[in-house]
Design a protein around this ligand. Structure first.
Ligand code: PPE
Length: 304
């Protein structure tokens, strides 16, 4: 990864190489922390963080679910995100806030555990590759099931949740695919290892409800974009075979942005190229994040 100068740790700017933790940090052992993934983009009016408030709120909601008392307010988290971009002189970057139980106590109970917060930022290109963004990716339905809601709460971006995502992602990569689609405990499509999923059938946009998927902020943005173009968006469960026969499919996430799916389990989606509706949403999203769509400027939080 590309190193930057500073990482914000509990309110202080710490040089990148010194931003370390003790090996007995609670979250390192039990996966108890929560995190966010946010992107900052260059616009003609300067760098802007995409939907910063929603991300900061979701971070605190995740912490609330995990019963973590965060020693910073939402405004302080937001200002730390702006500050880390500024201090590192970054125009475009990925921002990673992390709330974790720190050093000082072992054992599963977290009562009395110290809560630490860090915010890092670094340049991070397209997550699933430039070629993926342009031409679409090949995905595989995972043999690993998405968390049942009473196993791991999926509204929380809990660090430990992502062991499940990594198993699915590595299985997909090792099998020659670029991303994993995860089925919920009932066998319906839920989400990908780190993205939400949409299909298009007969001009209708369908995405699984967020009952057991993350309430994706990119997902929410794309739903708004789709509605603004006059499309019907259905939030309903669908099966892997509905996905196989979809006209178009794409996934959404902060890191992955809007990435078309061109093949699922060796079955071509549409004509094997990103479909027209996917392309329309994708280009609107890219224009919006770069401040080129007046109605979506509300999503931008300028760094300066
Ligand atoms: N589902 C999961 C499981 C998920 O992790 C993400 C974000 C999403 C959906 C999309 O949510 P949103 O970013 O709000 O649209 N995944 C983050 C972490 C990726 C990583 O590899 O790390 C991200 O995209 O930043």
């Amino acid at each position: 990864m590309e190193e930057t100068k500073f990482i914000w740790m509990n309110g202080k700017m710490v040089p990148w190489k010194e931003a370390t933790v003790h090996v007995l940090t609670h979250t390192l052992h039990y996966g108890t922390g929560v995190f966010e993934g946010i992107r900052c983009y260059d616009t003609k009016d300067g760098s802007a963080i995409f939907r910063l408030k929603e991300h900061a709120k979701r971070l605190l909601d995740s912490a609330h679910i995990m019963q973590m008392k965060v020693p910073f307010t939402q405004e302080q988290i937001e200002s730390a995100c702006r500050q880390i971009v500024k201090e590192n002189n970054l125009k475009e970057c990925y921002i990673r806030p992390l709330v974790y139980f720190g050093y000082g106590q072992m054992g599963l109970a977290t009562k009395g555990c110290k809560v630490d917060v860090s915010v890092a930022a670094w340049p991070w290109g397209s997550y699933l590759g430039e070629d993926g963004i342009k031409n679409g990716i090949r995905v595989k339905v995972s043999s690993f099931t998405r968390h049942h809601v009473n196993v791991m709460p999926t509204k929380s971006k809990t660090v430990g949740n992502y062991a499940n995502s990594t198993l699915a992602k590595m299985e997909a990569l090792n099998s020659g695919y670029e991303e994993a689609i995860m089925l919920d405990a009932q066998g319906y499509i839920s989400e990908c290892s780190g993205e939400n999923i949409f299909i298009v059938r007969d001009n209708e946009i369908i995405t699984p409800p967020t009952t057991n998927a993350l309430e994706g902020i990119t997902r929410k943005s794309i739903i708004e974009v789709a509605k603004s173009f006059g499309y019907t968006v259905k939030e309903e469960l669908f099966t892997r075979d509905q996905l196989y026969i979809s006209d178009e499919a794409f996934l959404t996430g902060t890191a992955a942005e809007v990435t078309p799916i061109r093949e699922v389990d060796n079955r071509t989606i549409g004509n094997g190229m990103p479909g027209p509706i996917t392309k329309k949403f994708q280009s609107t999203y890219f224009d919006a994040i770069h401040g080129k769509v007046p109605e979506y400027k509300k999503w931008l939080d300028f760094v300066k």
